[in-house]
Write a protein that binds this ligand. Sequence first.
Ligand code: SAH
Length: 239
Amino acid sequence: MGSTVRLFLDHDLHQGQLVALSRDHAHYLFGVMRLGVGATVEIFNGRDGAWSATVVEAGKKKGALRCDVSTRPQQNPPDVWLMFAPIKKARTDFIVEKATEMGASRILPVQTDFTNSERIRQDRLQAHAIEAAEQCGGTYVPPVEDLQKLTSVLDGWPKDRHMMFCDEVAVGQGLDLPKAGEKWAILIGPEGGFSPKERDRLLSMDLAQAVSLGPRILRADTAVVAALTVWQQQNGDWA
Ligand code: SAH
């Protein structure tokens, strides 16, 4: 990535486009990173790929960039959602950061029977996803949804979306993911695992498949990274 500063902003991007900076971005570029007029940064908006841009105005609380040349095309991840039960704050932050780096298309925190946390800060988690995309050279930022009940998500489950249901109870059943379908979701449970009721319901879903991640019980944050690795290797955009 070199040392080029990368910024995600919600602004249309095309050649010659002037982009006004928010106060936070101006503070970051000119106060923290000490850039000035003429400096080059890379910007992306999640739709128009990445662009090299030049600082044309640098103030304490505002500033502007000019979009010069496209540096990489828009690259969206495969259509795989990550569903997970929020755990302690630092580990939840880690999950969102790693899921973004690993190429999840959408992040859904779900409240399960044994979920330890009742609340999340959706805005903070979304900011973590943005930071991770800036840092990893991506052009896509997965939307992070607000906390929903797992039962409600399953009630409205799309008819065409497969689910890789990661369950330590599936150990010994091997790892055999069908290469079926384009649309997927990965489900990781909380520290206490899934309740028998949840497990019964998930196992009864035609589109859900229980998958083992090996003979050791992984922490939820480790399981997220392992599951996305396995899925990407089999179905994803790593080829
Ligand atoms: N119920 C367990 C801990 C759950 S670990 C206990 O208390 O003993 C948290 C989540 O990580 C699980 O719900 C599951 O989704 C995933 N996970 C951890 N280890 C796993 C494994 N070996 N195989 C599949 N999923 C695993």
